[in-house]
Design a protein around this ligand. Sequence first.
Ligand SMILES: CC(C)(COP(=O)(O)OP(=O)(O)OC[C@H]1O[C@@H](n2cnc3c(N)ncnc32)[C@H](O)[C@@H]1O)[C@@H](O)C(=O)NCCC(=O)NCCS
Ligand SMILES: Nc1ncnc2c1ncn2[C@@H]1O[C@H](COP(=O)(O)OP(=O)(O)OP(=O)(O)O)[C@@H](O)[C@H]1O
Length: 199
Amino acid sequence: MSRPHVIGLTGSIGMGKSTVAAMFEAEGVPVFDADREVHAMQGPGGLLVPAIEAAFPGSTGPAGVDRAMLGALVFGDRDALARLETIVHPAVARAREAFLAAHADAPLVVFDIPLLFEKGSQALVDAVVVVSAPAEVQRDRVLARDGMTAEKFARILALQVPDAEKRARADHVIDTGTTLEETAQQVAALVATFRAGLH
Ligand SMILES: CC(C)(COP(=O)(O)OP(=O)(O)OC[C@H]1O[C@@H](n2cnc3c(N)ncnc32)[C@H](O)[C@@H]1O)[C@@H](O)C(=O)NCCC(=O)NCCS
Ligand SMILES: Nc1ncnc2c1ncn2[C@@H]1O[C@H](COP(=O)(O)OP(=O)(O)OP(=O)(O)O)[C@@H](O)[C@H]1O
């Protein structure tokens, strides 16, 4: 039985993963978005809300998980983050399996996995694409977000494999430090390469 060629898309905070994932989708490539799954499972009535409430009392309400509150609890505390990951990651893995089964006939799919290198998930994919931009661009983007502070940014960066290492370990790097049009052209060229089987 054939199975799709799986591209793993990853990159550090604010490097443009979601934006580039949307560009793959615009090229007609189905994308599994791990973050979107987590949002849905943590949202109102979400599958993971009871387990998260049990582990982190007071962190959920009628709107599901209060992500700002939970982030404040876990981003500075590795043990707490590990407890949260134990709840979240198996559910994400099941959703990813279901996605793959639903797209078994597609020639090419993308797994958007923010923590691909951090969690050693390379074996899930056939090729790794890293989105990357200069550190100042990354910082400016992240600090412009609502609710973000320099301290929170520093804590999250400390939890992630450095960008230079991600670039070195990538099969392909997409530069997002340039215009959206140029990045979209890079994505289109890469998709053409994968479709031609030249990767
Ligand atoms: C703690 C939560 C609720 C905070 O949500 P919030 O909306 O404030 O932040 P967001 O999810 O946008 O993450 C901000 C940045 O932190 C990174 N990040 C998130 N979780 C982790 C983690 N476990 N380890 C390292 N970096 C992480 C993200 O990739 C992103 O770059 C949320 O990040 C979460 O549930 N994380 C645990 C699940 C997880 O590992 N998700 C990421 C991969 S699917
Ligand atoms: N050339 C480019 N490529 C990608 N994003 C760009 C580019 N130029 C500007 N941006 C902007 O940078 C931001 C990147 O944010 P995005 O949510 O895609 O990052 P992310 O890597 O998914 O973040 P996180 O890991 O924090 O979830 C967006 O606001 C996007 O419009």
